[in-house]
Design a protein around this ligand. Structure first.
Ligand code: ADP
Ligand code: MG
Length: 369
Protein backbone atom coordinates (compact mmCIF):
# COMPACT_ATOMS: atom_id res chain seq x y z
CA UNK A 1 0.00 0.00 0.00
CA UNK A 2 2.85 2.30 1.01
CA UNK A 3 4.57 1.42 -2.26
CA UNK A 4 1.42 2.19 -4.23
CA UNK A 5 0.99 5.59 -2.65
CA UNK A 6 4.39 6.60 -3.99
CA UNK A 7 3.66 5.51 -7.54
CA UNK A 8 2.22 8.13 -9.86
CA UNK A 9 -1.50 7.82 -10.49
CA UNK A 10 -0.84 7.95 -14.23
CA UNK A 11 2.34 7.54 -16.18
CA UNK A 12 2.73 7.88 -19.92
CA UNK A 13 5.94 6.58 -21.49
CA UNK A 14 7.00 7.39 -25.01
CA UNK A 15 3.47 7.48 -26.32
CA UNK A 16 2.99 7.69 -30.08
CA UNK A 17 -0.23 7.79 -32.09
CA UNK A 18 -0.31 8.32 -35.83
CA UNK A 19 -3.24 9.02 -38.10
CA UNK A 20 -2.94 9.20 -41.89
CA UNK A 21 -0.85 12.30 -42.59
CA UNK A 22 -0.41 13.38 -38.97
CA UNK A 23 1.45 12.30 -35.84
CA UNK A 24 -1.21 13.23 -33.30
CA UNK A 25 0.89 12.19 -30.29
CA UNK A 26 4.65 12.26 -30.79
CA UNK A 27 6.67 10.53 -28.05
CA UNK A 28 5.17 12.07 -24.96
CA UNK A 29 6.22 11.27 -21.40
CA UNK A 30 4.43 12.47 -18.29
CA UNK A 31 3.57 11.57 -14.71
CA UNK A 32 0.43 12.57 -12.85
CA UNK A 33 0.52 12.55 -9.04
CA UNK A 34 -2.30 11.19 -6.92
CA UNK A 35 -4.95 13.76 -6.06
CA UNK A 36 -3.74 16.49 -8.37
CA UNK A 37 -5.36 18.36 -11.23
CA UNK A 38 -3.10 17.77 -14.22
CA UNK A 39 -3.97 19.83 -17.29
CA UNK A 40 -3.02 19.16 -20.85
CA UNK A 41 -3.12 22.60 -22.46
CA UNK A 42 -2.66 23.45 -26.10
CA UNK A 43 -4.26 24.80 -29.27
CA UNK A 44 -6.88 22.92 -31.22
CA UNK A 45 -5.48 19.93 -33.10
CA UNK A 46 -2.33 19.50 -30.98
CA UNK A 47 -3.29 15.99 -29.81
CA UNK A 48 -5.02 16.52 -26.45
CA UNK A 49 -8.16 14.51 -27.11
CA UNK A 50 -6.18 11.70 -28.72
CA UNK A 51 -3.99 11.43 -25.60
CA UNK A 52 -7.08 11.39 -23.41
CA UNK A 53 -8.80 8.76 -25.54
CA UNK A 54 -5.74 6.54 -25.29
CA UNK A 55 -5.84 6.95 -21.49
CA UNK A 56 -9.52 6.01 -21.52
CA UNK A 57 -8.87 3.02 -23.78
CA UNK A 58 -10.99 4.37 -26.62
CA UNK A 59 -7.98 4.57 -28.91
CA UNK A 60 -4.94 2.27 -29.09
CA UNK A 61 -1.36 3.52 -28.93
CA UNK A 62 1.05 2.85 -31.81
CA UNK A 63 4.01 2.94 -29.46
CA UNK A 64 4.63 3.49 -25.78
CA UNK A 65 2.93 2.60 -22.56
CA UNK A 66 0.17 3.90 -20.34
CA UNK A 67 0.39 2.99 -16.66
CA UNK A 68 -2.11 3.46 -13.88
CA UNK A 69 -0.55 3.05 -10.45
CA UNK A 70 2.44 1.34 -11.97
CA UNK A 71 0.46 -1.16 -13.99
CA UNK A 72 0.63 -1.12 -17.78
CA UNK A 73 -2.95 -0.86 -19.03
CA UNK A 74 -2.47 -0.72 -22.81
CA UNK A 75 -4.42 -3.95 -23.24
CA UNK A 76 -7.03 -3.38 -20.55
CA UNK A 77 -10.45 -2.66 -22.13
CA UNK A 78 -12.08 0.72 -21.31
CA UNK A 79 -14.73 -0.65 -18.95
CA UNK A 80 -12.10 -2.43 -16.85
CA UNK A 81 -10.03 0.73 -16.36
CA UNK A 82 -10.55 2.59 -13.13
CA UNK A 83 -11.08 5.89 -14.87
CA UNK A 84 -13.99 7.83 -16.24
CA UNK A 85 -14.37 10.31 -19.04
CA UNK A 86 -16.39 13.55 -19.06
CA UNK A 87 -16.86 14.80 -22.61
CA UNK A 88 -16.93 18.33 -23.96
CA UNK A 89 -20.56 17.93 -25.05
CA UNK A 90 -21.39 16.27 -21.69
CA UNK A 91 -23.16 13.38 -23.51
CA UNK A 92 -26.01 13.21 -21.00
CA UNK A 93 -28.90 10.89 -21.79
CA UNK A 94 -31.81 13.17 -22.78
CA UNK A 95 -34.46 10.49 -22.31
CA UNK A 96 -33.38 9.92 -18.73
CA UNK A 97 -34.00 12.01 -15.63
CA UNK A 98 -31.22 13.47 -13.52
CA UNK A 99 -31.53 10.58 -11.10
CA UNK A 100 -31.43 7.98 -13.89
CA UNK A 101 -28.39 9.65 -15.43
CA UNK A 102 -26.59 9.50 -12.08
CA UNK A 103 -27.58 5.88 -11.49
CA UNK A 104 -26.74 4.64 -14.99
CA UNK A 105 -23.08 3.73 -14.46
CA UNK A 106 -23.74 2.07 -11.12
CA UNK A 107 -26.52 -0.06 -12.66
CA UNK A 108 -24.20 -1.17 -15.42
CA UNK A 109 -21.70 -2.18 -12.78
CA UNK A 110 -24.49 -4.19 -11.10
CA UNK A 111 -24.16 -2.34 -7.82
CA UNK A 112 -27.01 -3.41 -5.45
CA UNK A 113 -30.17 -1.23 -5.70
CA UNK A 114 -30.01 0.04 -2.11
CA UNK A 115 -26.38 1.08 -2.56
CA UNK A 116 -27.28 2.88 -5.80
CA UNK A 117 -30.09 4.77 -4.06
CA UNK A 118 -27.73 5.84 -1.29
CA UNK A 119 -24.90 6.98 -3.55
CA UNK A 120 -27.19 8.80 -5.99
CA UNK A 121 -28.81 10.58 -3.03
CA UNK A 122 -25.42 11.67 -1.75
CA UNK A 123 -24.37 12.85 -5.19
CA UNK A 124 -27.58 14.89 -5.64
CA UNK A 125 -26.79 16.60 -2.37
CA UNK A 126 -23.10 17.08 -3.15
CA UNK A 127 -23.82 18.58 -6.58
CA UNK A 128 -26.62 20.76 -5.22
CA UNK A 129 -29.15 19.10 -7.48
CA UNK A 130 -31.70 18.34 -4.76
CA UNK A 131 -35.27 18.72 -6.00
CA UNK A 132 -34.21 18.22 -9.60
CA UNK A 133 -33.93 14.44 -9.55
CA UNK A 134 -37.03 13.86 -11.72
CA UNK A 135 -36.23 16.48 -14.32
CA UNK A 136 -34.98 15.57 -17.76
CA UNK A 137 -31.57 16.99 -18.50
CA UNK A 138 -32.91 19.26 -21.27
CA UNK A 139 -34.93 21.01 -18.56
CA UNK A 140 -31.73 22.07 -16.79
CA UNK A 141 -29.48 25.11 -17.18
CA UNK A 142 -26.00 24.72 -18.64
CA UNK A 143 -24.40 24.78 -15.21
CA UNK A 144 -26.82 22.20 -13.83
CA UNK A 145 -26.22 19.90 -16.80
CA UNK A 146 -22.52 20.28 -16.15
CA UNK A 147 -22.99 19.17 -12.57
CA UNK A 148 -25.04 16.14 -13.64
CA UNK A 149 -22.29 15.14 -16.10
CA UNK A 150 -19.66 15.44 -13.40
CA UNK A 151 -21.84 13.72 -10.80
CA UNK A 152 -22.49 10.83 -13.16
CA UNK A 153 -18.76 10.15 -13.27
CA UNK A 154 -17.90 10.92 -9.66
CA UNK A 155 -20.62 8.65 -8.31
CA UNK A 156 -18.58 5.73 -9.68
CA UNK A 157 -15.67 6.80 -7.46
CA UNK A 158 -13.01 6.32 -10.12
CA UNK A 159 -9.31 6.68 -9.29
CA UNK A 160 -8.98 9.05 -12.18
CA UNK A 161 -11.34 11.42 -13.91
CA UNK A 162 -10.58 12.37 -17.50
CA UNK A 163 -12.14 15.65 -18.58
CA UNK A 164 -12.16 16.86 -22.19
CA UNK A 165 -12.87 20.61 -22.29
CA UNK A 166 -15.93 20.19 -20.04
CA UNK A 167 -16.42 23.95 -19.69
CA UNK A 168 -15.97 24.87 -23.35
CA UNK A 169 -19.68 25.10 -24.11
CA UNK A 170 -20.46 27.44 -21.20
CA UNK A 171 -20.57 31.21 -21.42
CA UNK A 172 -17.83 33.26 -19.82
CA UNK A 173 -19.53 33.98 -16.51
CA UNK A 174 -20.72 30.41 -15.98
CA UNK A 175 -17.33 29.05 -17.00
CA UNK A 176 -15.74 31.12 -14.27
CA UNK A 177 -18.23 29.93 -11.65
CA UNK A 178 -17.80 26.32 -12.73
CA UNK A 179 -14.01 26.63 -12.55
CA UNK A 180 -14.29 27.45 -8.88
CA UNK A 181 -16.85 24.70 -8.41
CA UNK A 182 -14.70 22.11 -10.17
CA UNK A 183 -11.73 22.94 -7.99
CA UNK A 184 -13.88 22.69 -4.85
CA UNK A 185 -15.32 19.35 -5.92
CA UNK A 186 -11.92 17.96 -6.83
CA UNK A 187 -10.46 19.00 -3.45
CA UNK A 188 -13.36 17.46 -1.57
CA UNK A 189 -13.44 14.13 -3.38
CA UNK A 190 -9.65 13.98 -3.80
CA UNK A 191 -9.89 12.22 -7.16
CA UNK A 192 -7.08 12.80 -9.64
CA UNK A 193 -8.20 14.94 -12.58
CA UNK A 194 -6.62 14.72 -16.02
CA UNK A 195 -8.00 17.83 -17.62
CA UNK A 196 -7.81 18.76 -21.29
CA UNK A 197 -8.30 22.37 -22.37
CA UNK A 198 -7.23 24.94 -24.95
CA UNK A 199 -8.11 27.76 -22.51
CA UNK A 200 -5.04 28.99 -20.64
CA UNK A 201 -7.15 30.90 -18.12
CA UNK A 202 -9.03 27.75 -17.10
CA UNK A 203 -5.79 25.78 -16.90
CA UNK A 204 -4.13 28.44 -14.71
CA UNK A 205 -7.13 28.58 -12.40
CA UNK A 206 -7.69 24.90 -11.72
CA UNK A 207 -4.39 23.05 -12.21
CA UNK A 208 -1.66 21.83 -9.91
CA UNK A 209 0.43 20.93 -12.95
CA UNK A 210 0.13 22.11 -16.55
CA UNK A 211 1.62 20.36 -19.57
CA UNK A 212 1.70 22.61 -22.62
CA UNK A 213 1.29 20.60 -25.80
CA UNK A 214 2.25 21.59 -29.33
CA UNK A 215 1.89 19.46 -32.44
CA UNK A 216 1.89 16.19 -30.55
CA UNK A 217 4.77 17.05 -28.21
CA UNK A 218 5.02 18.49 -24.71
CA UNK A 219 6.79 21.85 -24.62
CA UNK A 220 6.83 22.43 -20.88
CA UNK A 221 5.44 20.68 -17.81
CA UNK A 222 5.34 22.76 -14.63
CA UNK A 223 3.17 24.50 -12.04
CA UNK A 224 0.78 27.23 -13.28
CA UNK A 225 3.01 29.92 -11.71
CA UNK A 226 6.09 28.61 -13.48
CA UNK A 227 4.37 28.22 -16.81
CA UNK A 228 3.05 31.76 -16.61
CA UNK A 229 6.08 33.51 -15.07
CA UNK A 230 8.89 31.56 -16.69
CA UNK A 231 7.73 30.05 -19.96
CA UNK A 232 10.63 28.15 -21.52
CA UNK A 233 9.85 28.59 -25.17
CA UNK A 234 8.45 31.25 -27.39
CA UNK A 235 5.45 29.07 -28.09
CA UNK A 236 4.58 28.68 -24.39
CA UNK A 237 5.16 32.37 -23.74
CA UNK A 238 2.92 33.33 -26.61
CA UNK A 239 0.24 30.84 -25.62
CA UNK A 240 0.24 32.12 -22.03
CA UNK A 241 -0.33 35.69 -23.17
CA UNK A 242 3.19 37.12 -22.95
CA UNK A 243 2.66 39.33 -25.97
CA UNK A 244 6.06 40.99 -25.63
CA UNK A 245 8.51 38.53 -27.07
CA UNK A 246 11.98 39.82 -27.97
CA UNK A 247 14.10 37.43 -29.99
CA UNK A 248 17.80 38.15 -29.54
CA UNK A 249 21.29 37.05 -28.54
CA UNK A 250 23.08 36.98 -25.20
CA UNK A 251 25.92 39.51 -25.24
CA UNK A 252 26.99 39.28 -21.58
CA UNK A 253 26.46 36.85 -18.76
CA UNK A 254 27.46 36.68 -15.09
CA UNK A 255 26.33 37.14 -11.51
CA UNK A 256 23.07 35.36 -12.15
CA UNK A 257 22.02 37.73 -14.90
CA UNK A 258 22.31 38.04 -18.63
CA UNK A 259 22.32 40.90 -21.03
CA UNK A 260 20.62 40.31 -24.32
CA UNK A 261 20.58 42.34 -27.48
CA UNK A 262 17.33 42.00 -29.33
CA UNK A 263 16.99 41.83 -33.10
CA UNK A 264 15.50 45.30 -32.86
CA UNK A 265 18.60 46.65 -31.11
CA UNK A 266 17.33 46.88 -27.53
CA UNK A 267 19.62 45.86 -24.69
CA UNK A 268 17.70 43.93 -22.06
CA UNK A 269 18.82 42.68 -18.64
CA UNK A 270 17.18 39.51 -17.34
CA UNK A 271 17.76 36.92 -14.66
CA UNK A 272 19.65 33.89 -15.96
CA UNK A 273 17.38 30.87 -15.75
CA UNK A 274 19.28 28.39 -13.58
CA UNK A 275 17.17 25.44 -14.61
CA UNK A 276 18.29 25.52 -18.23
CA UNK A 277 21.88 26.70 -18.01
CA UNK A 278 23.12 24.69 -20.91
CA UNK A 279 20.47 25.65 -23.39
CA UNK A 280 20.93 28.55 -25.75
CA UNK A 281 18.87 31.56 -24.87
CA UNK A 282 16.99 32.74 -27.95
CA UNK A 283 15.09 35.65 -26.50
CA UNK A 284 13.23 37.22 -23.61
CA UNK A 285 9.54 37.69 -22.93
CA UNK A 286 7.74 40.16 -20.69
CA UNK A 287 4.09 40.01 -19.68
CA UNK A 288 2.14 43.22 -20.45
CA UNK A 289 1.26 43.77 -16.79
CA UNK A 290 4.94 43.78 -15.77
CA UNK A 291 5.69 46.88 -17.81
CA UNK A 292 5.57 50.24 -16.07
CA UNK A 293 4.53 53.22 -18.15
CA UNK A 294 5.58 56.68 -17.06
CA UNK A 295 4.14 59.82 -18.61
CA UNK A 296 7.48 61.62 -18.92
CA UNK A 297 11.05 60.41 -19.21
CA UNK A 298 12.66 60.23 -15.77
CA UNK A 299 16.13 61.75 -15.35
CA UNK A 300 17.78 58.59 -14.11
CA UNK A 301 18.28 55.86 -16.65
CA UNK A 302 17.72 52.38 -15.27
CA UNK A 303 17.86 48.97 -16.87
CA UNK A 304 15.16 47.92 -19.29
CA UNK A 305 14.04 51.47 -19.81
CA UNK A 306 13.04 52.71 -23.23
CA UNK A 307 11.30 55.69 -24.74
CA UNK A 308 8.35 55.34 -27.02
CA UNK A 309 5.09 56.73 -28.25
CA UNK A 310 1.59 55.49 -27.53
CA UNK A 311 0.04 54.33 -30.80
CA UNK A 312 -3.02 52.57 -29.43
CA UNK A 313 -5.13 52.46 -26.31
CA UNK A 314 -7.97 50.05 -25.56
CA UNK A 315 -10.09 50.21 -22.46
CA UNK A 316 -10.72 46.64 -21.24
CA UNK A 317 -12.68 47.26 -18.07
CA UNK A 318 -10.29 45.89 -15.48
CA UNK A 319 -7.22 47.13 -17.31
CA UNK A 320 -6.15 49.52 -20.05
CA UNK A 321 -4.12 48.09 -22.90
CA UNK A 322 -1.52 50.39 -24.38
CA UNK A 323 0.36 49.76 -27.63
CA UNK A 324 3.63 51.60 -27.49
CA UNK A 325 5.99 52.08 -30.38
CA UNK A 326 9.63 52.31 -29.30
CA UNK A 327 11.56 55.18 -30.86
CA UNK A 328 14.87 55.34 -32.74
CA UNK A 329 15.92 51.72 -32.98
CA UNK A 330 17.39 49.50 -35.68
CA UNK A 331 14.08 47.96 -36.39
CA UNK A 332 10.54 48.90 -35.44
CA UNK A 333 9.30 47.31 -32.28
CA UNK A 334 6.06 47.74 -30.45
CA UNK A 335 5.28 46.75 -26.92
CA UNK A 336 2.00 46.01 -25.19
CA UNK A 337 1.48 47.18 -21.62
CA UNK A 338 -1.50 46.58 -19.33
CA UNK A 339 -2.25 49.22 -16.78
CA UNK A 340 -4.25 48.26 -13.74
CA UNK A 341 -7.49 50.26 -14.02
CA UNK A 342 -7.56 50.83 -10.26
CA UNK A 343 -4.16 52.49 -10.25
CA UNK A 344 -4.26 54.46 -13.45
CA UNK A 345 -6.85 56.60 -15.09
CA UNK A 346 -7.07 56.01 -18.77
CA UNK A 347 -7.28 59.75 -19.40
CA UNK A 348 -3.81 60.24 -17.93
CA UNK A 349 -2.48 58.82 -21.22
CA UNK A 350 -3.36 59.66 -24.79
CA UNK A 351 -2.59 58.23 -28.19
CA UNK A 352 0.37 60.10 -29.66
CA UNK A 353 1.92 60.86 -26.28
CA UNK A 354 5.59 60.13 -25.65
CA UNK A 355 6.20 57.85 -22.68
CA UNK A 356 8.96 55.94 -20.95
CA UNK A 357 8.53 52.26 -20.30
CA UNK A 358 10.49 50.18 -17.83
CA UNK A 359 10.42 46.74 -16.26
CA UNK A 360 12.43 45.00 -13.58
CA UNK A 361 14.82 42.21 -14.51
CA UNK A 362 12.71 39.67 -12.67
CA UNK A 363 9.70 40.74 -14.70
CA UNK A 364 11.04 39.04 -17.78
CA UNK A 365 11.81 35.46 -18.59
CA UNK A 366 14.42 33.92 -20.87
CA UNK A 367 13.31 31.76 -23.78
CA UNK A 368 15.10 28.72 -25.17
CA UNK A 369 13.54 28.00 -28.50
P1 ADP B 1 -7.08 18.36 -29.90
O1 ADP B 1 -7.97 17.60 -28.98
O2 ADP B 1 -5.86 18.90 -29.24
O3 ADP B 1 -7.82 19.44 -30.62
P2 ADP B 1 -6.94 15.90 -31.42
O4 ADP B 1 -6.29 14.93 -30.52
O5 ADP B 1 -8.41 15.80 -31.56
O6 ADP B 1 -6.51 17.38 -31.03
O7 ADP B 1 -6.31 15.75 -32.88
C1 ADP B 1 -4.91 15.74 -33.11
C2 ADP B 1 -4.66 15.52 -34.59
O8 ADP B 1 -5.06 14.21 -34.96
C3 ADP B 1 -5.42 16.46 -35.49
O9 ADP B 1 -4.61 16.75 -36.59
C4 ADP B 1 -6.64 15.65 -35.90
O10 ADP B 1 -7.13 16.06 -37.14
C5 ADP B 1 -6.07 14.25 -35.95
N1 ADP B 1 -7.06 13.21 -35.64
C6 ADP B 1 -7.69 13.05 -34.45
N2 ADP B 1 -8.51 11.98 -34.47
C7 ADP B 1 -8.40 11.45 -35.72
C8 ADP B 1 -8.99 10.32 -36.37
N3 ADP B 1 -9.85 9.52 -35.74
N4 ADP B 1 -8.63 10.09 -37.66
C9 ADP B 1 -7.74 10.87 -38.30
N5 ADP B 1 -7.15 11.93 -37.74
C10 ADP B 1 -7.46 12.24 -36.46
MG1 MG C 1 -9.98 17.97 -28.49
Amino acid sequence: MQEQARLPCVEIRNLVKKFPGVIAVNHINLKVKHGEVFSLLGPSGCGKTTTLRILAGLETADEGEVLIEGEVINDVPPYRRDCNLVFQNLALFPHMTVEENLAYGLERKRVPKSEIRKRVGEMLEFMQLNGMESRYTVQLSGGQQQRVALGRSLVLKPKLLLLDEPLAALDRKLRKDMQVELKRIQKEVGITFFYVTHDQKVALAISDTIAVMREGKLEQVASPEEIYDTPRTRFVADFMGATNIFPGKVIARGGGEIQLETESGLKIVALADKASNNKTITGVCVHPERINVLPTGPDVETENQFNGRIVGMIYQGDFVELKIHLLSRKKDVSVTAHLDARLSRKDSFAVGQEVTIQWDRDGSSTLHG
